[in-house]
Write a protein of this length. Structure first.
Length: 308
């Protein structure tokens, strides 16, 4: 699995020495400049959201830094976002998750994992499938899968791709792991909750979270509180997204303490045989739901205590 924080090297958070794109170390597939994804992201809000764009190749006008991963093919390509006035506005980074020749002609299909930093701490993640006609700088987006910010459904990583579906992992907090199929925007949950109390009680209400425990207040949901991930499947033919299961990282989970219920949840996790003396575990939804059914009686009576 690629290291999520490889793209943060631009911010000085890693001590590795990058290569330069001038050294002609190009990714497999479409060797496009990272800032091309700013053009693609901006195009999503335009009149032709999936229209083709003309991308710079590398090295291009703006420097590209290349950070190594676990092997030679596992590289992260990063460029600074710079305003017209010359101010740093964060960065764009990508890794290539797969590439194939098209079935007709010499066009190339490339699957990218993209991280976009806004310079203010937010790191939004996405997956793109692009078609690049042979010998041109034109790219056409075929698929865009948006993600969140870091542990709030971000750090999207491709696990498997086939003719019918794409399986990928999104990073998850303890709160998200308790609510893997409730795809609400939980960062806005408290604001939504306050507005709903002011509205007519007969209006439609969103599905409540597990045990009605609230993010941040009861269960950890900070963007830095990664405790595993949610395994998802996107079906190309039906344009549907399904949740297949969860990935639990016991060590990371037990290192999180925000929320009045989190201490009890951590104690419950430690008591599960599945996680004793084991590392990261993948569980399908049925198995995880069965385990969560034992969490309800274990922590249902926990009173609101210290909020960390």
């Amino acid at each position: 699995m690629r290291r999520f924080f490889a793209g943060l090297a631009l911010l000085g958070l890693l001590s590795i020495s990058p290569l330069s794109a001038d050294d002609r170390v190009f990714p497999p597939g479409a060797a496009i400049h990272p800032l091309c994804f700013d053009q693609l992201l901006n195009g999503l809000t335009g009149d032709s959201p999936f229209g083709p764009v003309i991308c710079d190749s590398m090295p291009g006008k703006y420097p590209v830094f290349i950070f190594p991963g676990h092997d030679a093919a596992d590289l992260t390509y990063t460029a600074q976002r710079v305003s017209d006035e010359g101010y740093n506005q964060g960065f764009i980074a990508y890794a290539v998750a797969g590439h194939w020749p098209s079935k007709t002609g010499n066009d190339k299909w490339t699957l990218f994992e993209v991280t976009a930093g806004n310079g203010l701490g937010n790191l939004s993640s996405s997956i793109w499938l692009l078609l690049q006609p042979d010998g041109t700088q034109v790219v056409k987006p075929l698929l865009y899968v948006p993600g969140g910010d870091r542990c709030n459904d971000g750090a999207l990583r491709v696990s498997e791709v086939g003719s019918e579906r794409l399986i990928f992992l999104s990073a998850a907090t303890p709160f998200r792991l308790l609510n893997p199929t409730r795809l609400n925007e939980w960062r806005l949950f408290m604001q939504q909750h306050e507005r709903q109390q002011e509205q007519d009680s007969t209006s439609a209400q969103p599905q409540p979270p597990f045990m009605d425990w609230k993010p941040y207040v009861d269960v950890a949901n900070d963007a830095g509180a990664c405790a595993g991930g949610v395994i998802k499947s996107y079906n190309f033919q039906t344009d549907t997204l399904d949740v297949l299961g969860v990935r639990i990282d016991p060590r990371a989970f037990l290192g999180v303490h925000q929320g009045s219920k989190q201490a009890c949840i951590n104690d419950w996790l430690k008591s599960q045989d599945r996680f004793r003396s084991r590392g990261v575990q993948d569980l399908d939804l049925d198995e995880w739901d069965a385990m969560l059914s034992t969490l309800e009686p274990a922590c249902a009576q926990t009173t609101a205590g210290n909020h960390h």
